[in-house]
Write a protein that binds this ligand. Structure first.
Ligand SMILES: Cc1cc2nc3c(=O)[nH]c(=O)nc-3n(C[C@H](O)[C@H](O)[C@H](O)COP(=O)(O)OP(=O)(O)OC[C@H]3O[C@@H](n4cnc5c(N)ncnc54)[C@H](O)[C@@H]3O)c2cc1C
Length: 428
């Protein structure tokens, strides 16, 4: 077992005195007979991109030699947000910390060989660096300019374009009703999420991380410490730390401990379309209507997030609805790109955003009371690109008791209780 260092203020680190203790109370009572008991320094609930990233960065640290167990209910990952996402990365955020977080995401996605090589083999994540293009009407221009100013302070390679400049660069666009646009010149694009996930998992396994198929159904606490994680198959894992990486189901995991987490599963559709036109190296384009599209090989994918008071119910189903394509997506696409008038819908899928209803930003780090519970939740549609920085940050926290490279503490759970949002405006 790895020693758990004291916290910076000298108080014992969470898990330091609890994890070797036999769990008190009702272990197994909620699930019938306990069939196996094991111990882990770190139990990660959910093994998709966030869980695998935390596991990889932690296992790679020379100052950590503890046992890491990743528990995943669906090892096919077919229903995870990770494999159902649009798999894109940008630096055009409105929150400076999100820009820094994506910057490290870019470093890893652009250079997976530096982080994920195993026996000389590197995952092929196929990064397509076409940029993001945010479009604005008069109503959105001030926000676009505000975000641009935030981004330029951090040297993000981004440029504001007038409608005329926009059309000069992208002659396929209808700019009649636009007031301006913001284009990322480098460091933005899309990649193969499945390859990235498999790359993280392979790296984690090569470093000794244990992947376990199972569903976490209960978590026991012992005062202000989590003591035991219980699986549906009766396994009981005495845990030093527990990382909640359960994506859209994160609030269910928190609720097992009586903790309220304002993360809700919200369905998002991705429509895969064919158009009788090539737009060259088109960027991922975000229309003022909220509809976005980007090339996907020779075809395109498109989607939208509900705006204003449009319904956006909590749901964990993955049933695809094609009606919004006809009603919302296609009209917006055809308006913006006249050549899209003749689209053909090839297929469509649904996935879940894990929406932080307070401020559309991630919730990362320890619970203020249950200090050996770590959150990595609420990414609200940008978790894939944030996985590298969040994994690295939580690994630092577990191993050393502090964030060392990038201070993620503004994203801590405390702001939830205080109702102090750090609102991300650029949500796609
Ligand atoms: C349509 C769509 C488009 C997106 N586009 C982008 C994008 O372009 N760029 C970007 O950065 N992000 C994007 N995202 C968001 C991104 O996909 C997510 O933020 C990210 O994948 C979250 O990763 P995760 O590991 O936290 O969650 P998930 O990938 O959902 O993984 C959570 C895992 O936890 C497991 N789990 C849950 N409960 C339990 C339990 N009780 N026991 C054991 N295991 C459990 C699940 O089975 C699952 O595998 C998009 C999402 C969607 C849906």
């Amino acid at each position: 077992m790895v020693p758990v260092p004291p916290a910076p203020d000298g108080t014992p680190r969470p898990g330091a005195d609890s994890r070797m203790r036999a769990p008190r109370g009702v272990v197994g009572a909620s699930i019938g007979t306990v069939t196996t008991t094991e111990r882990a320094d770190v139990v990660i609930v959910g093994g998709a991109i966030i869980g695998s990233s935390v596991a990889t960065f932690l296992a790679a640290r020379p100052d950590f030699d503890g046992r890491i167990v990743v528990v995943e209910r669906d090892p096919s990952y077919r229903t995870s947000s990770t494999t159902l996402s649009a798999a894109s990365i940008r630096q055009q955020f409105s929150t400076p910390l999100n820009i820094e977080i994506s910057r490290f995401g870019l470093e890893l996605i652009g250079h997976p060989e530096r982080f994920l090589a195993v026996d000389g083999a590197t995952p092929e994540v196929d990064f397509v660096e076409n940029g993001y293009l945010f479009l604005a009407t008069d109503a959105g221009l001030a926000t676009l300019e505000h975000n641009h100013a935030v981004q330029r302070v951090l040297d993000v390679p981004v440029v504001l374009l007038s409608p005329a400049e926009l059309v000069q660069r992208f002659d396929w666009i209808n700019a009649d009703d636009l007031a301006g646009a913001s284009l990322g010149l480098e460091g933005e694009g899309w990649f193969d999420a499945h390859a990235l996930l498999q790359g993280f998992r392979r790296k984690a396994r090569s470093l000794g991380v244990v992947e376990r198929t199972g569903e976490v159904v209960a978590i026991e606490r012992d005062g202000e410490q989590i003591s035991t994680v219980l699986l549906a198959d009766g396994t009981s894992i005495i845990a030093g730390w527990v990382v909640n990486a359960a994506g859209p189901r994160a609030a269910d995991i928190a609720a097992m401990l009586g903790v309220d987490l304002p993360v809700r599963p919200r369905k998002r559709f991705v429509y895969h379309v064919e158009a009788p036109v090539s737009l060259g190296r088109a960027p991922l384009t975000i229309d003022p209507s909220g509809v976005y599209f980007r090339p996907e090989g020779p075809s395109f994918i498109a989607g939208f997030s509900p705006r204003g008071d449009e319904p956006d119910p909590d749901t964990l189903d993955l049933v695809v609805d094609r009606a919004p394509f006809e009603r919302i997506v296609w009209p917006a696409l055809a308006h913006r790109v006249p050549a899209f008038d003749r689209l053909r819908l090839l297929d469509a899928w649904a996935g879940h955003y894990e929406v932080n209803t307070l401020d559309h930003n991630a919730i990362v780090g320890p619970h203020p009371v249950l200090r050996n519970l770590l959150f990595a939740n609420g990414f609200s549609g940008h978790g894939l690109q944030q996985a590298p920085a969040v994994g690295r940050g939580l690994a630092e926290w577990i191993a050393t008791g502090a964030y060392r490279t990038l201070d993620l503490s503004p994203l801590g759970y405390e702001r939830i209780g205080l109702q102090r949002p750090i609102r991300e405006i650029n949500v796609v």
